[in-house]
Write a protein that binds this ligand. Structure first.
Ligand SMILES: C[S@@+](CC[C@H](N)C(=O)[O-])C[C@H]1O[C@@H](n2cnc3c(N)ncnc32)[C@H](O)[C@@H]1O
Length: 280
């Protein structure tokens, strides 16, 4: 083989090698392309799945909201259609239902133009801070946190160390030991009269009884009680009606004072219809 032939063979081999390299570069470029295609298609897919997960999470949120709304209405109906001791057992079995009830209740209240609790808090602030208060069915005990008075807070479940968990027809308070008894939307049980009897027991003579209740429960045109029959029954229990406030769209306020002397009477209590919330 001549020198020229050897060089030419080398050139060919090197060319092939170089060509191989270019092929592999091209392949790797293609690989990159395909990687970037994969990347962009996976980015598209993930953005698609992100928007998919966004819509599925908003769907889930909607479903959760619906479910907790349904739970709230179910618990609410239960509380209005059973006695206080049945309600106590109900929450003892599953205390988490109390949170479900209260978040649904807060949601309902956020739609009310005015809160009855605020009116009662204002009333207390306008009177002596020395008055001892019992808040029957206190919920989250906002009333106790909002005033300077000594407040005994009662509810079926204690979510705060200051709240005494009990059925409010049977509180641990001594007889004639408080100046103000408050029921803010809490006359829920079918035995609501026994809560008022308990308030009567713990109130001092001349003590105040303040009741805020949902207006629809006192609308005789829709099956509600006659407000006058309710007032009459409480007066027969041993109170004087001081005033009634019908000015609010959503609730009525009743102000009573405990009489100095009490006569026992057979009281005819009106029925208070449940306050059931509609699904929105
Ligand atoms: C509609 S919420 C009102 C809560 C609070 N008073 C407010 O205005 O925000 C009624 C409360 O009364 C309580 N309740 C109903 N029946 C009760 C009973 N027998 N004994 C103690 N609490 C009771 C419920 O658990 C609930 O927290």
């Amino acid at each position: 083989m001549t020198e020229e032939q050897r060089r030419s063979r080398k050139r060919k081999r090197g060319g092939r090698r170089h060509g191989g390299k270019s092929i592999s570069r091209a392949a790797s470029a293609k690989d990159n392309e395909s990687t970037s295609v994969t990347a962009s298609s996976s980015a598209a897919a993930s953005s698609k799945s992100r928007s998919g997960s966004k819509s599925s999470s908003s769907f889930l949120d909607k479903m959760k909201a619906r479910l907790s709304g349904s739970y709230f209405r179910m618990i609410n109906e239960k509380l209005y259609t059973c006695t206080g001791d049945e309600a106590l057992d109900y929450f003892k079995e599953d205390p988490s239902l109390f949170n479900v009830y209260h978040s649904g209740y807060q949601e309902q209240m956020s739609r009310w133009p005015e809160q009855p609790n605020d009116i009662i808090i204002k009333w207390l602030k306008d009177h002596s801070p020395a008055l001892i208060v019992a808040d029957f069915g206190c919920g989250d005990a906002r009333l106790a946190r909002s005033v300077k008075n000594k407040v005994f807070s009662f509810d079926l479940v204690s979510k705060d160390a200051s709240v005494i968990a009990c059925d409010m027809s049977n509180t641990p308070l001594n007889s004639s030991s408080v100046d103000v008894a408050v029921f803010c939307l809490s006359l829920m049980g079918t035995n609501f009269s026994s809560y008022l009897l308990e308030a009567n027991r713990v109130l001092k003579p001349n003590g105040w009884l303040l009741i805020a209740e949902v207006k629809s429960r006192f609308d005789p045109t829709t099956g509600g009680a006659e407000p006058d029959k309710f007032v009459k029954a409480i007066c027969e229990l041993g109170f004087t009606s001081i005033s009634k406030d019908f000015s609010n769209k959503m609730f009525i306020l009743f102000y009573f004072k405990k009489k100095e002397k009490q006569k026992s009477k057979d009281i005819k209590w009106p029925e208070l219809k449940p306050c059931l919330y509609k699904r929105r």
